[in-house]
Design a protein around this ligand. Structure first.
Ligand SMILES: Cc1ncc(COP(=O)(O)O)c(C=O)c1O
Length: 448
């Protein structure tokens, strides 16, 4: 399935990073903000093709991160490159907020078809995940005429001030920014491996109801009257928080709470959407229909595009209420339409099949290495949580393993407290998985 089949394995021929890479890193340190949350290892990318990534010194890596779950169709997929190239020769920008072109309604129509929202939808286009979230927040406030939100510990929804009020996956994201811009109350997420209600791992979905009981019995009866809540914002699989899938029962119970109290159910599919979990959207694993959905990352195969899709009757705000100059740029939409076509024509199915294969392989490694506490996920959105002798999160070991993988030519990235996320391009093959698991196994053995 990979557009280029020349490589079977990574090729590391210099020290890492190599001399050219080190020069770029030095310039970056001088001229670029130090606020980016980069990992300990330093990858200086130059070229990408399929699942392979070449650095500035000619080393070739197997990419199981895809630019943080963005390059869903692999690096520089020939059909994406063709679609973008063709579009750049016709029209690159004409500000859809003030003028018209065919691309916005075409993608809006496609999203209406594929998003699991009941009835007709409308879409607002933006440039990033955070911007898609900002749109959802404003829309929910406007529609309900309410101001409060409920979000989950461990969640990540972006770093702009509104989105940051929801975000709670790491201390560093909040530190220095004083009070929340919005009135958001955080509640425990149903993280079964480390049950916030100390009920252990039940696997039957019943004890996870702690999360929704918390909302109904504590929040609604004290600080957060439901008639003042505009929206509950939830990731069907927490991404930055550690690749933690919510049990379907919890998402179904959130839907019921929202229905009962006229609250908007806002599902953030920025990381989990676009085929990654083996279904077009992760929320489909729970059979739940949201009111508003936020998309970005994988939808553009690397080009910046965000989208907020809502029930048509909810997205009925007045002219001028919300817009974005670059949002829905025709080149980005050309990429998104081609991406969705590729997802529908095999890549989502491939994510399900190869994802199961990856998960089986990781579970075998779990039997071999006691430091693997949990393997979880759907499709090609898989988390491996590393633990110490008493089951405590072992961040140091996770970071060592991440570095050992890099040195052997495998790109993976941490998330949560001590988890490694697998978020490869959805073109990954079983042969690629065999190579990746062999490296992962060696890296774990070396790091213990
Ligand atoms: C679930 C989720 N929502 C929102 C965002 C923010 O997206 P962006 O970085 O494009 O603003 C991210 C980014 O990692 C994300 O994972």
């Amino acid at each position: 399935m990979t557009p280029e089949k020349d490589f079977q394995r990574p090729v590391i021929k210099t020290e890492l990073p190599g001399p050219k890479g080190r020069e770029i890193i030095a310039a970056d340190e001088k001229y670029v903000t130090p606020s980016y949350p980069r990992p300990d290892y330093k990858l200086v990318a130059e070229k990408g093709f399929g699942v392979w990534l070449e650095d500035t010194d000619g080393n070739v890596f197997l990419d199981c991160n895809a630019g943080v779950a963005v390059c869903s169709t692999g690096h520089c997929h020939p059909q994406i490159v063709e679609a973008i190239t063709e579009q750049t020769q016709k029209l690159m920008h004409m500000c859809g907020t003030d003028f018209y072109y065919e691309h916005m309604p075409a993608l809006g129509k496609k999203l209406n078809e594929i998003c699991p929202i009941e009835g007709d939808t409308k879409t607002h286009f933006a440039n990033s995940g955070a911007e898609a979230i900002e749109t959802a927040l404003k829309l929910a406030m406007y529609h309900t005429k309410r101001q409060k939100f409920i979000s989950f510990f461990g969640s990540f929804h972006g770093r702009t001030l509104g989105a940051l009020s929801l975000t709670s996956s790491k201390r560093a994201q909040r530190l220095g920014f004083a009070r929340q811009a919005l009135d958001v109350t955080h509640v425990p997420y149903a993280y079964c491996y480390r049950c916030p209600f100390n009920k252990g791992k039940c696997d039957d979905g019943t004890c996870c109801m702690g999360t929704t009981q918390w909302i109904e019995d504590r929040l609604f009866k004290t600080t957060c009257p439901p008639e003042e809540v505009a929206g509950i914002v939830v990731e069907a699989v927490q991404g930055e928080g550690g690749y933690v899938p919510a049990p379907p029962e919890v998402l179904q119970a959130i839907r019921k709470i929202c229905d009962k109290h006229g609250i908007m159910m806002i599902v953030d599919e920025v990381q989990s959407g676009m085929g990654r979990t083996g279904k077009m959207f992760a929320i489909e694993h729970a059979g739940v229909s949201p009111d508003i959905m936020c998309l970005a990352k994988g939808i553009g195969s690397g080009l910046p595009i965000g989208a907020t899709v809502a029930k048509a009757e909810i997205m009925s705000w007045h002219k001028g209420a919300h817009a974005s100059t670059f949002g829905g740029n025709p080149v980005c939409i050309a990429s998104a339409l081609k991406t969705i076509e590729l997802l529908e024509n095999g890549l989502t199915d491939n994510a399900a099949e190869v994802g199961n294969y990856l998960m089986d392989g990781l579970r075998k490694l779990q039997e071999k290495h006691s430091c693997i506490g949990d393997v979880r996920g759907h499709g090609l959105m898989v988390g491996v949580e590393f633990v110490g002798e008493n089951g405590e999160p072992h961040a140091e070991l996770r970071d060592k393993i991440e570095m050992a993988c890099f040195n052997r030519g495998l790109i993976i990235l941490g998330c949560g407290e001590s988890t490694i996320r697998w978020s490869p391009p959805l073109i990954l093959t079983k042969e690629n998985v065999d190579v990746a698991l062999e490296i992962f196994d060696e890296a774990i053995a070396e790091s213990m």
